[in-house]
Design a protein around this ligand. Structure first.
Ligand code: SAM
Ligand code: SF4
Length: 329
């Protein structure tokens, strides 16, 4: 397994396969001024497979497709099939807003996908519309049900908590875990990309200790669960006798950089070394100049070797040249 200069084992690759999205969450994508990567500049399914084969050859085992909205890739099933066939891919997940899952959940399962995380910020249709802007609550809920019917387990639900938009909705969302074996995870806002979404992410930030307090005041104490893996970004809790799990992902109030095991691939083919820094290494140029798996593996190992640690959010420093939808979270 590749180890970086801070002694961290890096074995998890998140691949952003597209930067388009069918939603416009207030903290992620502005309504105007967006420029998307042209289709011919996105890595093809065959190129993505080559990156995954190279990653496995140097010890990566865990992979996740993200975006933008990964379900907008017309060849998503082919991508999943190709990745699933690579020996050594032990864990293959997707992060999605769920809108297209009613059609895709079952075929994705058949293609070899093992995990689904679904992003929904509120159970209240009006407030969901305000924060995620396009799409609707019934559509996303149908997506969650489709994922469950297709047999994905556990279903993980991600909610970003945004002051004056949905900070009170966390109680209803946490309540879901009492009777369902779902993981409902609350994510702190991070400012990325320097534009209006980054400004909103700073001004509407809600620390997770506040979210936890709100939930416990309404629903009773949460009991912390033992950590299964050091690199799990969530701290996990349960209500007594509950079926599911309440998780807190707190990159700002409780940074977990020391346990980071991730490398990221942007939709336009760069290894992005740390979510909250700008450092990148180009891999698409090598792929398009005839480079094979060995060339990709060399770039990936260089990316691991140069991976920084410790973000500087508290000093107001973050990724400036990339927005979240280009990196994939
Ligand atoms: N479209 C998919 C989705 O929403 O799950 C995948 C891509 S999205 C960029 C991945 C994750 O990033 C989502 O869980 C989303 O909530 C999160 N996210 C986006 N912008 C964020 C921000 N400014 N701060 C924290 N999380 C953010
Ligand atoms: Fe789209 Fe996901 Fe960004 Fe929302 S968070 S705009 S669903 S990419």
């Amino acid at each position: 397994m590749p180890t970086d200069r801070f002694g961290r084992d890096i074995n998890y690759l998140r691949l952003s396969v597209i930067d388009h999205c069918n939603l416009r969450c207030v903290y992620c994508m502005p309504l105007r001024g967006l420029r998307f990567t042209p289709t011919e500049e996105l890595l093809t399914a065959a190129e993505l497979e080559k990156v995954v084969r190279a990653a496995v050859s140097v010890g990566f085992r865990k992979f996740r497709l993200t975006g933008g909205e990964p379900t907008l890739r017309a060849d998503l099933l082919e991508i999943v099939e190709r990745m699933h066939r690579v020996p050594g891919v032990d864990d293959l997940g997707i992060t999605t807003n769920g809108i297209l899952l009613p059609e895709l959940a079952e075929p994705l399962r058949q293609a070899g996908l093992s995990r689904i995380n679904i992003h929904v910020d509120s159970l209240n249709p009006e407030r969901l519309k305000r924060v995620m802007r396009f799409g609707s609550f019934p559509q996303i809920w149908a997506g969650i049900e489709a994922a469950q019917a297709a047999g994905f387990s556990p279903i993980k639900i991600n909610a970003v908590v945004v002051r004056d938009f949905n900070e009170h909705d966390v109680v209803d969302m946490a309540r879901l875990t009492i009777e369902r074996p779902w993981h409902v995870r609350f994510i702190e806002l991070m400012p990325l990309g320097g534009g209006e979404c980054a400004r909103l992410s700073l001004s509407q930030y809600v620390p997770n200790p506040e979210t936890r307090q709100r939930i416990e005041e309404a629903l009773g104490p949460l009991v912390e669960m033992p950590q299964v893996s050091r690199s799990d970004e969530a701290r996990n809790f349960r209500f007594e006798n509950a079926e599911g799990v309440v998780g807190f992902i707190s990159p700002v109030s409780e940074p977990y950089c020391g346990d980071c095991n991730r490398m990221r691939l942007t939709s336009d083919g760069k290894f992005h070394l740390c979510l909250l820094n700008d450092d990148e290494l180009d891999v698409k140029a090598a792929l398009r100049n005839g480079g094979g798996e060995a060339a990709v593996a060399r770039i990936l190992l260089a990316a691991v070797a140069q991976k920084p640690t410790g973000h500087r959010l508290e000093q107001g420093v973050s990724t400036e040249r990339r927005a979240m939808f280009q990196i994939g979270g």
